[in-house]
Design a protein around this ligand. Structure first.
Ligand SMILES: Nc1nc2c(ncn2[C@@H]2O[C@H](COP(=O)(O)OP(=O)(O)OP(=O)(O)O)[C@@H](O)[C@H]2O)c(=O)[nH]1
Ligand SMILES: [Mg+2]
Length: 419
């Protein structure tokens, strides 16, 4: 069996993290800002940034050797500085960059995100999922057979779930991965059973989903008084919470779960798949966006991740933090504007939740050939069009349809019926 040692009770001093930011296009400023938030969420201190324009990726070190030599000189004599490469590195690139930087500790964005997950996972289930994702990621990055994980150095990037540190070799890691995968499978079965039971009880379920730090847990607390941990940091929530709340005498179950992030490491999505799937397997999802941030990007990331999770439910778009949003003109049509902090818009949100259930909304994908437009126009006013795309032959519509209008929509339903 793998051997664990408890971390020393003396807290390590704060780790200083220096960002090596590759620059491909105009996107880098937002990604850089997000990296600073990730560092803070991991409990590190941001120590500065060096930017590097990338015209051609160097297969060995990603950025050019000249830049690395410059960075090495820059950091000379500075102890306790870890370099964060704000992108994903292959195992050999990580090792080569570290060697070019006088064997300094080098981590990439995925390692940092995994670390935050390890820090914030509270439940047994969360811990198992994070540990599996971490081991799968770290495994190919170990230098050689017999290399000890603990030699990578403690602190950010090597923190184990539950404040334990894994001290073992590759062979044992392989068996640990097998063991954890089995556990995740078991959890998946248990979750499936719970979902079936819930469906049998015909409880109405509403799920809070969306980008990280948009205020999902704040809204959860406001609606249910659940007392979920709220913090201005990324991935404050890792464990799913479910609470009941009632509207007009009808009871609902509201769930709050882990938030999304652009380019979330696929190992993590895979490890958390059963948790996420059970959370998004709901009667109605509230997609929470931060109205004062880049909500288009948040929506796109959320919808992409949901699609990956085989999400099939109708949803409402909730623009939160409206107390901080300057203008609302460009908000998605049909969204609900709220502030979970001031309570603004909450009554309207409740009304819309009730309405969604009373209309028995169904989500579906429609295709309307141009020669059938007039037929479609007769029912169009009853349909919420979430996304329309004009193709050569007709319009593809991502739609939400009230149950009683569903039959009339049948001629336009695409085979991939989602609801
Ligand atoms: N100004 C303002 N701040 C808000 C509002 N709602 C939440 N916040 C703040 O936004 C931060 C994140 O809130 P959370 O509720 O933890 O967000 P979350 O979506 O659950 O985040 P994760 O669990 O980390 O993914 C906290 O500092 C909240 O106080 C709001 O309506 N207005
Ligand atoms: Mg939360």
């Amino acid at each position: 069996m793998p051997h664990y040692t408890e971390k020393s009770s003396v807290e390590k001093e704060t780790e200083n993290i220096f960002i090596l930011q590759p620059v491909f296009d105009g996107q880098y400023a937002d990604l850089h800002k997000e990296a600073v938030s990730l560092i803070e969420s991991a409990g590190g201190a941001y120590a500065g940034t060096v930017y590097q324009q990338i015209r051609e990726i160097n297969p060995a070190t990603f950025v050019g050797s000249g830049k690395l030599a410059e960075l090495d000189r820059m950091l000379e004599g500075l102890e306790n500085i870890t370099v964060l490469f704000n992108g994903e590195l292959s195992p050999s690139q990580t090792l080569n960059i570290s060697a070019a930087l006088s064997d300094r500790k080098v981590i990439d964005r995925t390692t940092l995100i995994l670390d935050i997950f390890a820090k914030n996972a509270l439940s047994g289930e969360g811990k198992v999922q994070v540990e599996l994702a971490q081991l799968r990621y770290i495994y190919p990055r170990l230098k050689g057979e017999g290399e000890k994980l603990s030699r990578l150095g403690g602190g950010i990037g090597t923190r184990g779930p539950g404040e334990t540190q894994l001290e073992t070799d590759r062979r044992l890691i392989r068996s640990r991965i097998r063991f954890l995968s089995g556990k995740v499978e078991e959890m998946k079965k248990r979750r499936a059973l719970q979902t079936t039971r819930r469906k049998k009880n015909s409880a109405r379920t509403v799920a809070l989903v969306g980008y990280t730090n948009t205020g999902k847990s704040t809204l959860m607390n406001l609606l249910t008084g659940a007392g979920v941990y709220v913090q201005d940091q990324l991935f404050a929530t890792l464990d799913t919470t479910a609470r009941t709340f009632s509207l007009d005498g009808t009871e609902f179950i509201l769930t709050d779960t882990v938030g999304f992030l652009r380019e979330l490491p696929h190992h993590l999505v895979d490890a958390f798949r059963s948790t996420l799937e059970s959370a998004v397997d709901c009667d109605l999802a509230l997609i929470v966006c931060d109205a004062s941030g880049d909500y288009d990007m948040q929506m796109k990331t959320t919808l992409d991740t949901l699609c990956d999770l085989d999400f099939k439910s109708p949803y409402l778009i909730v623009m939160n933090k409206c107390d901080k949003a300057a203008e609302r003109e460009l908000f998605p049509p049909d969204c609900v504007c709220i502030s979970a902090r001031t309570g603004e818009g909450i009554e309207e949100l409740k009304r819309r939740i009730l309405q969604a259930f009373s209309e028995h909304l169904r989500a579906a994908e429609l295709f309307v050939p141009y020669n059938k437009i007039s037929e479609y126009n007769r029912i169009r006013h009853r349909i919420t069009e979430r996304k329309t795309e004009y193709t050569d032959d007709g319009i593809r519509i991502d739609a939400v349809i009230p149950e009683e209008c569903y039959a009339a929509c049948k001629p336009f339903l695409l085979h991939r019926e989602i609801g």
